[in-house]
Design a protein around this ligand. Structure first.
Ligand code: PMP
Length: 404
């Protein structure tokens, strides 16, 4: 059993007030909050061993390098990558995807096909469209049904020998749907296509095992899982990372430089040009340790309780419609009140101290599919409570009365 009262004490921000009311933070799918244990690691870094890594002979540089590489090993163990050099430390999901999309420029030809899904975040659409522009490849889309689930028959029909890449999110940020990635990966491999899974929304809720999934690339951001912003990772199978060219040129990613010819460093440094977010990476490791200490199965079970409770309570409000009604979903409730713009609801909720996200959630195509401009999205984390959900439900009722 998860001890939520105890856990909440780890998060200093949860005791602040917003607009004179206790903060109710339900914007976890956009970014999660940071526990004191991770904040302490950040303070410790800048207080005691702030230095550039890999190059220095001095003590601080060596300490920082050791901690940075320890964090890479933590990420490797957490995702069960075979080798630590298959973990590339990046600025986050967006950069990880762009790195792979850039790398495929030389590997694709005109007429090759790339499959994305109707549920993708813009960051798992736009880099692939840019890749298509560079190469003449064609973008295909797996459609969704009205529950916000991907239609697997349609996916089967899209696959062919022309398919070179399949790009799908593990869990949808707009609706919370958990996608059948095991099936998607296996089917793509039957056609010799590589698969990248966008795990930004999955990693706060479960532990992906990249070897068991047999996935080619898996990407995520630290800030969705109690870590800092501007840092994340790309897992890539060694054979793929070896094939892809470097994404950015600069310091750290080279073997030898001369004006005649430069040779590149091996993995993982080939993809880590320049001074990285050293403190952020170390704090990412600490965030993974923090979440594992709580336990992902306990987190999943508790968040499911919150999801069921919130869904039931919100549906009691007349005129409230939930988007994303798959049985297989995480603790995200995307909804609208009939005849009321989501932005107006979100603004009134903020006045009551309740933080939700409103708008298209960087997923315009799926909003267009539902013929709506956006939704109000309440996304719960393991440090939220049923009584906070009661505050949200009362807030939505009040907002409805004021806006009707
Ligand atoms: N993909 C999904 C599914 C997301 O939810 C997000 C963050 N909203 C991203 C990609 C982009 O992550 P980041 O902004 O950390 O790069």
């Amino acid at each position: 059993m998860l001890k939520v009262d105890h856990i909440r004490k780890d998060f200093p921000i949860l005791s602040r007030q917003v607009n004179g009311k206790p903060l109710v933070y339900f914007d976890n799918a956009a970014t999660s909050q940071t526990p004191q244990q991770v904040i302490d690691v950040i303070v410790d870094y800048y207080s005691n061993y702030n230095a550039n890594i890999h190059r220095g002979v001095h003590t601080l540089s060596q300490e920082a390098t050791d901690k940075y590489e320890e964090a890479r090993n933590t990420v490797q163990r957490h995702f069960n990558a075979k080798h630590n050099y298959e973990i590339i430390l990046t600025a986050g999901t967006t950069e990880s995807i762009n790195l792979v999309a850039y790398g495929f420029t030389t590997l694709l030809s005109k007429g090759d096909e790339i499959i994305v899904s109707a549920l993708e975040h813009h960051s798992n659409i736009v880099p692939w469209q840019m890749l298509c522009e560079r190469t003449g490849a064609i973008l295909k889309v797996i459609p969704a049904n009205l529950d916000g689930e991907l239609i697997m028959n349609a996916y089967d029909d899209l696959l062919s020998d022309r398919t070179k890449l399949v790009l799908v999110n593990h869990i949808s940020n707009a609706l919370g749907t958990i996608n059948p990635i095991e099936y998607i990966i296996k089917k793509a491999h039957d056609f010799g296509a590589a698969v990248l899974i966008d795990g930004a929304q999955a990693c706060p809720h479960l532990i992906p095992d990249v070897q068991a999934l047999d996935v080619d690339f898996y990407v995520t951001s630290a800030h969705k899982m109690c870590g800092p912003t501007g840092v994340g990772m790309l897992y890539g199978k060694e054979e793929w990372l070896t094939k892809l060219p470097p994404y950015q040129g600069g310091g750290e990613m080279i073997d030898q430089v001369s004006f005649e010819k430069t040779t590149y460093a091996g993995l993982p440094h080939k993809f880590e040009a320049g001074t990285p977010n050293i403190c952020g990476v170390i704090a990412f490791g600490a965030a993974i340790d923090y979440m594992n200490a709580i336990g992902f199965s306990e987190i999943a079970e508790y968040e499911h309780e919150l999801l069921d409770y919130g869904t039931k309570k919100l549906l009691e409000i007349e005129g409230l419609k939930i988007y994303g009604t798959s049985k297989n979903k995480t603790s995200v409730i995307s909804f609208n009140l009939e005849g009321i713009h989501p932005y107006d609801v979100g603004t009134l909720l903020d006045k009551m101290g309740i933080a939700v996200r409103t708008g298209h959630h960087c997923t315009q195509p799926i909003m267009d599919f539902f013929k709506i401009p956006g939704t109000v999205r309440a996304s719960f984390a393991f440090y939220n409570t049923k009584s906070e959900i009661d505050v949200l439900v009362e807030g939505v009722k009040k907002a409805k009365m004021m806006l009707m």
